[in-house]
Write a protein that binds this ligand. Sequence first.
Ligand code: PEP
Ligand code: MG
Length: 770
Amino acid sequence: MEPENNQRRNTDHFNLLCDMSELTTILADSKNIAHFLRQTARMVARHLHADVCSIYLFDDQRHELVLRATIGLNPASEGKVRLKSGEGLVGMAMLSRQPVCEGFASSSRHFKYFEETGEERFESFLAVPIIRGIENIGVLVVQHSQRDYFDETDMMALKATASQLAGAIENARLLMDMAETPQRGACVPESLRFVRGRSASSGFALAPCVKFEKAGALLFDDDLTEAGSHLGMAEFQEAFHKTLEQLKTLQDRFAQRLPESASLIFTAHFMILKDSRFHTEIMAKIQAGMDACRAVKAVTRHYIAMFSASPYLYLREKVIDMQDLGARLIENLMDRNTDSHGGLQHRIVIAKELYPSDILKLASQDVAGIVLVSGGITSHVSILAQSLQIPTLIVDKPDLLTIPDNTPVLMDADIGNLYVDPSQRILKQFEERNSARVQASRLSRQMEPATCTADGERVHLYANINLLSELPLANQLLAEGIGLYRSEFPFIIRSNFPSEEEQYQIYKRLIEQMPGKPVVIRTLDIGGDKVLAYSDSTGEANPELGLRSIRFSLQNTEIFEQQIRAVLRAGADHPDVGIMFPMICSLDELREAKTVVLRCIADLSKNGLSHQGRIRIGMMVELPSVIPILDELAAESDFLSIGTNDFVQYMLAVDRTNEKVAQYYQPGHPAVLRGLHAIVQAAIRQGKPVSVCGELAHEPEYIAFLIGIGVRRLSVNPQYLPHTQQIIRQLELRKAQSYASTLLCKATVRETSEILMHYREYLEMAPVES
Ligand code: PEP
Ligand code: MG
């Protein structure tokens, strides 16, 4: 083909992908699925200059591919042409899960002619399977009357389109099912039956739903408590003790799951329960003739009003604890048989907003999933949900709060779908998929102890740890150590700064569970969206650019020193502990922070306290300001770790949590890629280890780039370890290097995105190692 033609084709292919993403977004609200499929077929045909484009979907009831939409074949054949897997060229594409390309289709032994289609004129045939993970969704086909019309680049473009289509088509299929299924549960409006959202923590859940605000409802709805108007002092005493016991049980259960916060979650509840004023006031009201329910309500409401009026955020947060406690007391008074208020256990909780501490409470009550309907979410709420492995979706549909409690809800937080009161058919599809997923994830957890590329280059894989409860998984998946411990979690989930002793206990547990392996503890990285309710640093106009992270530590040296001492003491007997400073912006700041560490070591020695005096001291590379001075910084650091989440944010001036600018958050931006290259080069020049611990470290198309530019250490959330290892094992160093060089040569986001996207599609199509 002529170079000019080639150029045009490439541009068409790229436009196709762009249009596709637009179309799949539109689909979220589209009712007319047949129309969506036809529009898709039309668009593909146009961009690929094909005479025909057809979409076949897999009917898993009859195990057949059905022609659902076509442009170019006889439209009357839609819904009529059916093929078994392996039957005809289309069926072959499905069976082999590989593209099928024929330049002279009618001579192929697999060709199968359907009279109703009128397709005999089209000799060139290209089909790619539409698959999602291990699941077959359908086949996308293009045809042309000219022989040998489709080439390698068409195949790549069609593969990329099919992959983008997979999620959308799956939704389309489910929507079609919904449209065909007679209405159930009339109290759920049609617009809420299928809702698209954004995943904050992946996973799958099917459970009855419950609204989170329920805790307070009992306190404000007089009808609800009318039934308890005969209850008096004896019942109150009984309910009081029952509540105390329930909370202790909950706390014990939680201690195993989240040791660093075990005693904290219900602190406020216990404090109030044990505060003599609280129950004396209730008892006084009962003695004065009020029934027990009303007395509890009145006193609880009084406390709520007091906390709500407080100028301090941490006290205002107590309103929720107070509501929870009051509701528990009333439930126990009325002998409603719930061991957790409103029976949250194994339910999908729909909430308007959640604090990090709420997530912990929900986890303690074993909720099945969380749906946040108000949109905004801090990254720590989502990191907590991920660490606790609670599927969490963010949707912009406050109406979901009107769904009656106990309505069955199915959430697929892998792709962001929510189904309210799903049909039997949808349920069946998901059950099959879920069991396949469980099986696949079991298989994928077979880790090799050492990770090497296909041609033997060693890459070290470490775990990012946010909560101690993630350590068993990190060990089970053979993490080679901890590349990033986010020490702010114990700070975020409590209502005051943890003491040196409390921190020491936490770090000790962390270190002890990684015997002999490197452990890097990052100092407090709060501020930005990681807000401490009890610290004054809230309320800044520009929190991401405010008094956060190492700046906060250096301005609050007492808190900083307590933390450093706790780390040094906890690491006393461990051969390889590192302290890492987040958000370093200058050599001066690095030196200042190091001085604090050296001062703490000197103090501990002077006081004869056992500690680690030979600790490694490193810094995170997260700000663009450090790139020009990186040689000097690397020379004075023992190691570097690139925090790509923030690096992208600051490099491109895009708030990483602001949905409105999400499209500007472009890790593939040439400035980001070249910046990463410059950082790694400086580390190599200075002979210092460099790792990547941001989310890019587990993104397939970036793993190859990072290896290509010389990164040999990656730190990822434990659950990503198997998949990261698998990607690396399939890489060849030379190819990764040339892929990285190609990306580094490009100056526009458009070019780099195209290369990254193609690479990702290529990896998704590659056979998975068993
Ligand atoms: C990062 O910024 O990439 C990083 C790892 O730190 P955090 O996500 O905790 O800000
Ligand atoms: Mg960061």
